[in-house]
Every structure is written in structure tokens, then in C-alpha cells.
Design a protein around this ligand. Structure first.
Ligand code: AMP
Length: 185
């Protein structure tokens, strides 16, 4: 696998419950920046997305936001990013986020986040990419982990689909795993 230079982060456009969620998003942004990697994300200034971007920028990292035009028009984008890419639609936005990143980190979020992680996994099964998908916060993602295990047990997944997918507890573990995967041939 090539060196991981850009990490796409999917996470909630809301902050969710309790301060631990914000802390996880902030730590993720900071650690990506401190590792010298670029953050690619949905471009918003709201929810965990905004917390992530602010923390990565504050730590001196590059942050690329990719936002569809209709959200840009609503002015919900982050105005202090290294680069803001505006796409005609949600579909082009996701394609652009995929094209600009070497790995995916998934933090807690809602339906948008679930859609994004499902697409990243489904594109692996279609051989469109082999980028790692790392879901952070085991308790939050445990229902998805169980569903994927059941799909696998029942024979609905390609056998190697989950080879580069991992569920970890902390942002630190996610970054350690990225460092390991990025150093692999
Ligand atoms: P959710 O997990 O449902 O909060 O959705 C996260 C996703 O919502 C993001 O990646 C975007 O697709 C979308 N989204 C919602 N609000 C915004 C916003 N203000 N700026 C950018 N993307 C947003």
C-alpha cells in the first residue's frame, strides 16, 4: 500500500451527546495534522465536522473540505480551510473525497456518516479501491460491526471485504494503525 498522505474523515454534522464525542473529533484532527497528513472531510463548520477541522488547522495541518453546491449556498461551510472544493452534487462530492484520500476514518455520526461508510465498503467489494476503513469508538459502532459479521457469516460479503476494515477505540489507535498500514508493501 502506498504511503498514507491524505485521510478522509467521515463524522456527524451534529456534535451528539456529551463532551467525549467532541474530544474524539478534536483529537482525531490534531493527530492527523501532527502525523503530517492532510485531512479531507465534508467541508462543514457544524457538529463534529467543524470540531475536527478546527483542531487539525490549529495543529498546523492542511484541511481540504469537499462540499456540494447546495450546502455551500446555505453558507454552512467552514471559511478557514486550506482548500474548499465545491461540487455540483452529493455524488460528485463523495467521488472527490474518495479520489483525494488514501484511507478513511469514521467517527460517530448519523445517517450521512452511515451512508459514507457503507459506500466506502461497497466500493471495496466492487474493486474500486483497497483503502483502509477504520471506525473509531467500538461501543458506538458495535451494531454495525455485528451486522457486518452476520453478513459475512451468512455468505453475503466477499471473503476479503473486511481485510482492511478495523474497529478501534481511540483516535491514537486509529493513527497507529494508519502508520502501520502506510508502511506496508
Ligand atoms: P450526519 O452523519 O447525518 O450528520 O451527516 C454527515 C454528513 O452530512 C456530511 O458528511 C455531509 O454529507 C452532510 N452535512 C450535513 N450538514 C453539513 C454541513 N453543514 N456541511 C457539510 N456537510 C454537511
Amino acid at each position: 500500500m502506498a504511503k498514507i498522505e491524505s485521510v478522509c474523515v467521515f463524522c456527524g454534522s451534529r456534535v451528539g451527546d456529551g463532551p467525549a464525542r467532541r474530544a474524539l473529533a478534536a483529537e482525531t484532527g490534531r493527530l492527523i495534522a501532527e502525523a503530517g497528513m492532510r485531512t479531507v472531510y465534508g467541508g462543514g463548520h457544524v457538529g463534529l465536522m467543524g470540531v475536527l477541522a478546527d483542531a487539525a488547522l490549529e495543529a498546523g495541518g492542511e484541511v481540504i473540505g469537499v462540499i456540494p453546491e447546495f450546502l455551500h449556498e446555505r453558507e454552512v461551510m467552514h471559511s478557514g480551510l486550506t482548500e474548499l472544493v465545491v461540487t455540483p452534487s452529493m455524488h460528485e462530492r463523495k467521488a472527490e473525497m474518495h479520489a483525494r484520500s488514501d484511507a478513511f476514518l469514521v467517527l460517530p455520526g448519523g445517517i450521512g456518516t452511515l451512508d459514507e461508510v457503507a459506500e466506502a465498503l461497497s466500493w471495496i467489494s466492487l474493486d474500486l479501491h483497497r483503502k483502509p476503513v477504520i471506525l473509531v469508538d467500538r461501543a458506538f459502532w458495535s451494531p454495525l460491526s455485528h451486522l457486518l459479521s452476520e453478513m459475512e457469516r451468512a455468505g453475503f460479503l466477499s471473503p476479503d471485504l473486511l481485510d482492511d476494515t478495523a474497529f478501534v477505540e481511540t483516535a491514537g489507535e486509529a493513527l497507529a494503525l494508519l502508520a502501520e498500514l502506510g508502511g506496508r508493501d
